[in-house]
Design a protein around this ligand. Structure first.
Ligand code: HEM
Length: 196
């Protein structure tokens, strides 16, 4: 499925407001997580390695969520009923996000969409893209805590390739930096402006 057919995926469209920070500020954040051109190259390599494994990666992450009621909660109506259609639709965008993390240039469109993903985890826009009736907000502490499983679990998939240990390590660290960078951007709607 090409990305413009993914339900609710609005990357690069007018539906996505401009980022509230400049590209200069974004570059400062990149420098803060030590993200550089070598990481961009390593992520391209990771994109190639992960392309055929995206479903397996998503099985691991969705399995992790499914194993914890307090995480599944965010896909439910708040009374214990998961919304299967919502889970499926988000899963497709999650797959595309792996591609966008690895292969898409981190330009203005990419930056704008980061803030959109952030909003979609909060009262500002959660449920809107899928017209879902689930609880309306994901508590920020779980976004931050999720950095570890989303990072640690990717390593075995990166290693399942004919790349050297040093290359796997470089891909893994580039991935880790990108996830920290992205969750930092996603924290924006959670934090009062003067504190962010
Ligand atoms: C949406 C990634 C944390 C629940 C999404 C999307 C991505 C994503 C890529 C789809 C974005 C789009 O619409 O294009 C991540 C990552 C996380 C994280 C990388 C942390 C490192 C969490 C946590 C939960 C969660 C802790 C709680 C279980 C959801 C839900 C949606 C969503 C319910 C759908 C939001 C909507 O209504 O549009 N996430 N997420 N996410 N995520 Fe997360």
């Amino acid at each position: 499925m090409s990305s413009d057919q993914i339900p609710g995926y609005t990357y690069g469209t007018d539906d996505v407001p401009d980022a509230p920070i400049s590209m200069d500020e974004f570059e400062r954040l990149q420098q803060t997580v030590l993200f550089d051109e070598d990481d961009e190259e390593s992520l391209q390599m990771a994109g190639d390695v992960l392309e055929d494994q995206i479903d397996d990666v998503l099985d691991v992450w969705y399995g992790f969520v499914a194993d914890h009621d307090f995480l599944v909660y965010y896909f439910t109506d708040g009374e214990g009923n998961p919304d299967e259609e919502y889970l499926d639709r988000v899963r497709e965008r999650f797959g595309q996000w792996i591609r966008d993390t690895c292969e898409t240039p981190y330009d203005e469109n990419w930056l704008n969409y980061q803030f959109e993903i952030g909003r979609r985890h909060t009262r500002e826009r959660k449920n809107e893209a899928d017209d879902a009736d689930a609880v309306d907000h994901i508590d920020m502490r779980y976004l931050v805590a999720f950095i570890y499983p989303i990072t640690a679990t990717i390593r075995e998939f990166l290693a399942d390739s004919d790349h050297s240990e040093a290359e796997v390590d470089a891909m893994y660290h580039a991935w880790f930096k990108s996830i920290v960078l992205q969750v930092t951007l996603w924290s924006y709607p959670y934090v009062p402006d003067e504190n962010w």
